[in-house]
Design a protein around this ligand. Structure first.
Ligand SMILES: [Zn+2]
Ligand SMILES: [Zn+2]
Length: 748
């Protein structure tokens, strides 16, 4: 304690950050009591306001940061001296209006250890209750209809608290003080099936639909090939990998080979699906066909823990929670045919009837859908592949004020972004805007986000592509509209999260986006500055025979590659079992072209005989990556002239007869990394810039993201990766919004 603490003083303390709905007020209350301070704490429009009076204010301020509740994130502690007024006692005061309501809604959080103790404590009134929660855990965003975040505005509005819960809710000493989703077996939601029935169905190899936090999961025994294959068949889910839930961290090692950082990430309160190396031969082959990595997650709802408890034979005590359990469950979103996640009970009964043998629901409504988030570790830190439950609606700090704008995303993996003040709120993953159902969810998401943020956009930003449903939606809003080139938006998103002001050099390594010139872009070197962008280089164009169909049929890109190396005629024999192949050879010269790196991956995969057709986006590239142990560079494998990067020499080697797939995959990755690094470094030297933004869907490839980062760093450059939103099209709306804000600033 410092000397100043010897005298009685009074201070106003302001907390900023994620400080509402995370148990901050009872924590402050307890701290003030412990240190014998008088005063009050309350929520207001800016966060948490505190006044304290006494002798231990410095200790109090230090403890605010050091001991804050796990879900809280304190961005600032601002202190201001006041005149002591001799107050006694500390109170939690009513929320201060001051014209604006408190508007922060927390993200959904996994069940905490204390609630887990209650769940399995026969003496607790929450014993085996699937909806146990406290201020440190449970659903938040997905059960909130509107601001402020108070029980009447949540899915709990219809559940009146029983006397015991009411007492806990009112008692600042209780862990459940103002826990809005608070409920118990007497007064709360109920499950439609006993846990024993769920366990029995899973043990029998059946498929069970389980209502969770942001939607329904389909679950089955991930070790049972018959069950997993049946799920794939019934869900008509091609070959896309399924996520696997295991009972606890100790169980992870039975089925995966996690790195330390992956192990930490998977246990975070946000509980994302984390990609990690599969332990060969431990899961059913149909879980993640032809891939070396799979998605794993840990239980996050009490119901998940109860299911694993039952599957473990309902052991007493707590030892089983730390011991490896033999069971692994598929936990895949119940979204038949790529449509949005099922959330309503009636809808579940209709849409999942042909898929699930048992449908488990409950009477706590899900007010907004949120898929599981998907993350991985790349280049020394976490990256998103899909950002949803557990992260939405946590804002991204843009570092400065601006008007409220809406970024509407593009077409695939759509998200939207709304800004408020200095913060950008990126919506949960919505999906590909192909179906009426997804479009309905898209509009619902924008409306819900605007409502919970209490904002209305002044400016809207969309893609250049006029045929996207997102563009048409943006045009219908009757607001000033900014059209942002796809890859410029990818790079602007990275510039925004890394708060780069001024010109930013970036490489957009992507599948497809419409260029300024109407062309098919996807391997671009650009300078993004403020609200403008300039393309300064690109990959050498390859033919795109069949246009959009080439993205689904990698053999077409192999034909394009063979044409590029002057061997188009060999395509007919190489793809003899594809009737169209011979005819395509004659048309390849007149086909449109593309600079897409994604299509170059497809070409390489098809040349190596990996795959002629893909069942899901990126499949060929993922299988190619799965073959790589150590990337190898082909000497003279690329040509760099006038900022055009040409991999034709590499393609010629990959097209040679008899090349080993694994060796080919390693040569492809290694040469790609070397060529891209040289291309970027040359431009950076000329421009005298140091930071380089790396964006676009190809950076989901970990070998590429890490290899390129290392290669650039070796040349003294600072590679910037997307860390707070996905590098794929899921992050576009942030870049669009960031550009629109700058545009608005310069237009004023
Ligand atoms: Zn809890
Ligand atoms: Zn109760």
């Amino acid at each position: 304690m410092t000397r100043r603490d010897a005298t009685v003083r009074r201070e106003a303390i302001r907390l900023r950050g994620r400080v509402q709905g995370v148990g901050m007020r009872p924590f402050v209350f307890g701290l003030a009591e412990r240190l014998g301070l008088a005063g009050f704490v309350c929520n207001d429009a800016e966060g948490v306001a505190i006044e304290v009076e006494g002798r231990a204010i410095d200790a109090f301020a230090a403890a605010l940061r050091a001991e804050a509740p796990p879900l809280a994130r304190i961005d600032a502690v601002e202190r201001r001296p006041l005149h002591a007024c001799g107050g006694t006692g500390f109170v939690i005061a009513a929320s201060r209006d001051g014209g604006a309501v408190a508007t922060a809604i927390p993200a959904d959080a996994a069940m905490c250890e204390s609630c887990l103790d209650d769940l399995f404590d026969p003496a607790s009134r929450f014993y085996l209750y699937p909806f146990v929660t406290c201020t440190q855990c449970g659903p938040r965003f997905t059960i909130t209809r509107a601001v402020p975040y108070d029980r009447p505005n949540t899915a709990m509005a219809g559940f009146a608290l029983c006397p015991d819960c009411e007492r806990a809710y009112r008692d600042p000493h209780d862990r459940r003080f103002h826990a809005e989703p608070l409920a118990c077996p007497i007064c709360g939601p109920k499950l439609s099936s006993p846990i024993a029935a769920i366990g029995a169905a899973l043990r029998a190899g059946q498929i069970v639909a389980v209502k969770g936090i942001g939607g329904f999961h389909l679950m089955c025994d991930a070790r049972n090939e018959d069950s997993v294959a049946a799920l794939r068949r019934r869900k008509s889910r091609d070959a896309k990998p399924f996520a696997v839930m295991v009972a606890n961290p100790a169980s992870l090692d039975r089925f995966a080979i996690p790195e330390a950082a992956e192990r930490t990430l998977i246990a975070a309160p946000s509980r994302p699906i984390v990609l990690m190396r599969l332990r060969p031969g431990t899961l059913a082959p149909s879980v993640a066909p032809s891939l070396a990595r799979g998605g794993f997650l840990l239980p996050y709802a009490p119901l998940h823990h109860l299911i694993f408890h039952d599957l473990a034979g309902r052991p007493e005590g707590r030892d089983w929670r730390d011991q490896a359990q033999p069971m692994a469950l598929i936990a895949t979103s119940a979204n038949p045919g790529g449509e949005p996640l099922v959330v309503e009970d009636e809808e579940a009964r209709h849409r999942l009837a042909g898929i699930a043998d048992l449908i488990v629901t409950h009477d706590r409504p899900i007010l907004i859908r949120a898929d599981d988030s998907v993350m991985g570790i790349a280049a020394g830190g976490p990256v998103f592949l899909r950002r949803a439950r557990g992260f939405v609606p946590d804002p991204i700090d843009l570092g400065g004020d601006g008007p409220c704008v809406l970024g509407v995303g593009a077409h695939l993996k759509a998200t939207v972004t709304l800004t408020r003040g200095r913060e950008a709120f990126v919506s949960q993953h919505i999906g590909d805007l192909d179906t009426a159902e997804t479009l309905r969810f898209y509009r619902e998401t924008i409306a819900h986000l605007a409502r919970v943020l209490d904002v209305s956009p002044e400016i809207v930003a969309c893609d250049l592509h006029s045929d996207y449903a997102s563009t048409r939606y943006a045009e219908s809003l009757d607001r000033p509209l900014v059209r942002v080139q796809h890859h410029a938006a990818h790079l602007a998103a990275i510039a925004a999260e890394h708060r780069q002001t001024g010109p930013v050099l970036g490489a957009a390594l992507d599948g497809h986006g419409l260029g300024d010139d109407g062309g098919n872009w996807g391997g671009e070197l650009m300078i993004v500055e403020g609200a403008s962008w300039r393309r300064i280089g690109h990959l050498r164009p390859l033919a795109l025979p069949g246009g959009d169909r080439a993205a689904r049929e990698p053999w077409r890109m192999a034909v394009a590659a063979l044409y590029a190396i002057g061997q188009a005629e060999s395509a007919a024999a190489r793809f003899a079992d594809i009737p169209l192949a011979a005819a395509l050879v004659g048309r390849v010269a007149s086909a449109p072209t593309t600079t897409s790196l994604g299509r170059l991956f497809d070409a390489a995969a098809a040349l190596l005989g990996l795959r002629t057709h893909q069942e899901y986006e990126g499949q060929a590239a993922m299988e190619l990556e799965a073959l790589v142990s150590e990337p190898q560079q082909l000497p003279d494998g690329y040509v760099l002239a006038d900022d055009v990067l040409d991999f034709t020499p590499l393609l010629a080697v990959l097209a040679a007869p008899g090349i080993d797939r694994r060796a080919g995959a390693e040569l492809f990755h290694g040469t790609l990394i070397a060529g891209l690094a040289a291309w970027i470094a040359q431009a950076a030297a000329r421009l005298g810039t140091n930071a380089v933004a790396l964006g676009g869907g190809c950076l989901m490839n970990r070998v590429l993201a890490e290899g390129l980062s290392v290669a650039l760093a070796r040349q003294g450059l600072s590679p910037l990766l997307a860390r707070q939103v996905p590098c794929n099209d899921g992050g576009l709306s942030l870049g669009q919004a960031a550009m629109a804000r700058i545009w608005a600033g310069s237009a004023r």
